[in-house]
Design a protein around this ligand. Structure first.
Ligand code: AMP
Length: 470
């Protein structure tokens, strides 16, 4: 008997399949999967997995279309964690993930999934989320302002290897709703996706703000396209008031929720509704109040909790906090800790708490968000340094542009396209700098450390066509 207990999530899905077997669970393009088909396929998958002797989690490529929820549910039913592989990542990056999954030792008991994010060592790092974390998160977000269970239609493009996808997929299926996935694996094809949106009957949109901003370029993206839409759920990066106002104009009846949280604390730890009047005031928007059961603290330099109103590092505590990084005990110790019997995660985000509401002030390290994707600048730098033509490298995010400055190795004179080609073999598309700019030396501080501020300035100059190869 497997000691890992049943999840509320899987119980709810099985109940819907028993009570409403023909209800549509999941759609991609023209294809539809009913709850009966979902559970039948998942049970079969679970049987196959129970006979599987290997101890590491099954690795599921994210381009499985309708099969994807079947395979993931099969893992959960067989009490095995899953990992979704980014199908667009280059082979080398996929192999790093596979190697990590296979070799980092046996799984912790009770894991639901492993989610890989950009790592500062130049390799992706696996966040371990337990079945209890996932059940907790779903219970804590159950009170989102949605249609009654069974009547909502979730629309998302979030790739399955990103943790934002966890909300629409598992909350949607747990409530007996329909989940519609827009496949953007091979780019954003506006006419095709708009046609799919029009057919979806979607009531709830889940994306990063960047994806919605992209759609604002399309004049047909308005209420007439998604007449039932009642909620935009955003998470993952700063939500700008201008986006809220543009959406209020195009979708006057839809509400907007801003949620905040890292993969390490199971998708989101805080959320708040953003009324139009708040966006009209024009200032930064709050990221919300903690989900029920979540504790928040703002920590000072020495890890001491700061009083409300003061800026410090945001820490998240409670049952959403995951089980650390797979095979990385030192990094896990740096970021995860226990206080008063509660698990906590130091986010690396700066912020302040005011009257229970959290405000995000940016990062304290080299992690950035670019077009909704989480990027460690050091990940790009390490992969540039792995190219034989490169002696030194620094990556910078200049407003919306991801750039890199590179000092060629002695005797090498690589062209920027050559360097990008080299990187393409190592990094997924969202980690690729838009331009790689050769320089003769990187700027240093008086203490002899890399001067990142000056590097950003140099990159800006170079982009303007100025000369700064010094
Ligand atoms: P990820 O693990 O990809 O979800 O990225 C987590 C990081 O995204 C957080 O640590 C924040 O830096 C950033 N983030 C998430 N949600 C928000 C938000 N609503 N506003 C600003 N930044 C956010």
């Amino acid at each position: 008997m497997n000691p890992v207990k049943e999840m509320a999530l899987t119980r709810h899905i099985l109940e819907t399949a028993a009570g409403h077997p023909d209800r549509v669970a999941f759609c991609v393009g023209e294809k539809r999967l009913s709850y009966r088909e979902l559970v039948k396929g998942a049970r079969h998958q679970a049987e196959v997995l129970s006979a599987w002797r290997r101890y590491h989690p099954p690795i599921i490529p994210g381009d499985q279309g309708l099969r994807l929820p079947v395979l993931l549910l099969g893992c959960l039913l067989s009490r095995r964690p899953y990992v979704v592989l980014d199908p667009t990542a280059p082979v080398l990056r996929q192999n790093q993930l596979i190697q990590d999954v296979e070799e980092a030792g046996p799984d912790l008991p009770g894991l639901a999934y492993l989610m890989y994010t950009s790592g500062s060592t130049g390799r992706p790092k696996g966040v371990q989320i337990s079945r209890d974390n996932l059940d907790f998160f779903l219970a804590a977000t159950r009170s989102l302002p949605l249609e009654p269970p069974g009547e909502a239609v979730w629309l998302t493009h979030a790739p399955w290897s990103f943790d934002l996808s966890v909300l629409p997929l598992w909350q949607g299926l747990s409530r007996g709703d329909r989940v519609v996935w827009l496949d953007t694996t091979r780019g954003v094809d506006f006419p095709r996706l708009a046609a799919e949106m029009a057919q979806s009957g979607a009531t709830c949109w889940v994306s990063t703000p960047s994806f919605a901003r992209l759609w604002l370029r399309d004049p047909t993206f308005r209420e007439a396209l998604l007449p039932r839409l009642s909620l935009f759920f955003f998470c993952g990066e700063v939500l700008e008031p201008a986006l809220v106002l543009a959406l209020a104009w195009r979708f006057p009846r839809a509400r907007v929720v801003n949620a905040y949280g890292p993969t390490e604390a199971t998708v989101a730890a805080t959320l708040t509704e953003i009324p139009r009047e708040l966006a009209e005031a024009g200032g930064p928007l709050p990221v919300g109040r903690p989900l029920p059961g979540i504790s928040l603290a703002v920590l000072g330099e020495n890890g001491e909790p700061l009083p409300p109103g003061q800026e410090g590092e945001i820490a998240i505590g409670g049952p959403g906090v995951g089980l650390g990084y797979r095979g990385l005990p030192e990094l896990t110790r740096q970021r995860f800790f226990t206080r008063d019997g509660i698990p906590w995660y130091r986010t690396g985000d700066m912020g302040r708490l005011e009257e229970g509401q959290l405000w995000f002030h940016g990062r304290r390290d080299l992690q950035v968000k670019h077009r909704g994707c989480r990027i460690e600048l050091a990940d790009i730098e390490q992969n540039l340094l792995a190219l034989p033509q490169v002696a030194e490298a620094v990556a910078v995010l200049l407003e919306d542009r991801l750039l890199a400055l590179v000092v060629p190795a002695a005797g090498a004179a690589p062209t920027p396209p050559e360097l990008i080609r080299g990187l393409r073999r190592r990094l997924p598309h969202y980690l690729l700098p838009e331009r790689v700019l050769p320089v003769t030396a990187l700027p240093l501080t008086p203490q002899g450390k890399l001067d990142r501020r000056e590097a950003s300035r140099m990159a800006a100059e170079k982009m303007k066509g100025g000369r700064c190869d010094g």
